[in-house]
Write a protein that binds this ligand. Sequence first.
Ligand SMILES: C[S@@+](CC[C@H](N)C(=O)[O-])C[C@H]1O[C@@H](n2cnc3c(N)ncnc32)[C@H](O)[C@@H]1O
Length: 276
Amino acid sequence: MKNQPMPVPISQPPIEIGHGRILHGRALDLLPSLETGGFQSIIADPPYFQVLLDQAWDNSWQTPDDYLDWTLQWVRECKRLLRPDGLLHIFGQLGKREHVWLHLCSMLAREMQFHDMIIWDRAVGYNERSDSFTPQYEMILVLRHENCAKPYFDKNAVRLPYSEDTIQAYLKDNRYKDMQARERHLRKGKYATNILRVPSLKGTSKEKIGHPSQKPLALIHQLIASSTRPGDAVLDPFLGSGTTAAAAEQLGRTWVGIESHPEYVQMAHQRLKAGG
Ligand SMILES: C[S@@+](CC[C@H](N)C(=O)[O-])C[C@H]1O[C@@H](n2cnc3c(N)ncnc32)[C@H](O)[C@@H]1O
C-alpha cells in the first residue's frame, strides 16, 4: 500500500505562507485550536473511505460505522468554527462506498441544516463499473447552521459567460425595447447551476502535481467565490495538495489548511511558494 501512515508529531509549527497557514497534523487534533465562528466557508474533501484502495489514508477505519463516527466528530468541530451565515461544503462520491456516503448525508442533515447538493460533473467517467452506468460525478453536500435562514451567497460571483453566437441570437429577440440594456445584461453571463461541469485533472494536466485526489482549481474557485467576500477566512481540514489554499490566495481570501501527511504538507507548501 502506498503512502503508509506516518506518525504525526503532536505539534508542528504552522507554515505561514501568503495569507494563510498550513497546520501539519490530524484534523481532530487541530480543529479544537481554531477560533469559534472564525470561518465564512469550509471546504472539506475528506478521505472517502475505501475508494482509493492503495492509499493508507483512505483505509484507516475498520468499519463504515467507525468512519461515520469520525466524520461526525470533525463535522461538529467545523460547525463550531463556521460563522453564523457561513457554508460548510463536504465532498463525497458514490462508487464503492455508496452506502456510507448516503448514510453520511442523512446523518449530517440531522446535525446541521441541509442547504444544497452540488454535483461536480467531472466530464468523463471515472471507474470501470460493470453493473451500471459509468460514474461521472461527485457530490458536494452543502450545510448551514440550523438557525440560519439566509447564508451568505454571491450568485454574481459565479456567472458563466454566454457565447458570442448566443448573445447575437438573443439580441434578435425584438420583445425587448432597450437593446443596449439587454446586451449589458447578457454580457454579464448566466447564473451557474448547481451542476458544476469542470473536467477532472488528467495525469498529463499541467495543474496536476502528484496528489491522487487533487481537485481542479476552477472547481474550488467557484465554491470560494460564491460563499465568501474578499478578505473572509476559508478553512480546509483536509488540504491535500493545497487546492483550497491556492484558490483562496488567488481570490484574496485568508485561509487555514490542515493536512496529516508530511509529503502532502510539503507538496502544498511548494505549490503555494510557486504561486499556486
Ligand atoms: C481527498 S484528499 C484532499 C485533496 C485536496 N482537496 C486536493 O485538491 O489536493 C484528503 C486528504 O486528507 C488527508 N488526511 C487524511 N486523514 C486526515 C486527518 N485525519 N486529518 C487531516 N488530513 C487528513 C490525506 O492525507 C489527503 O491528502
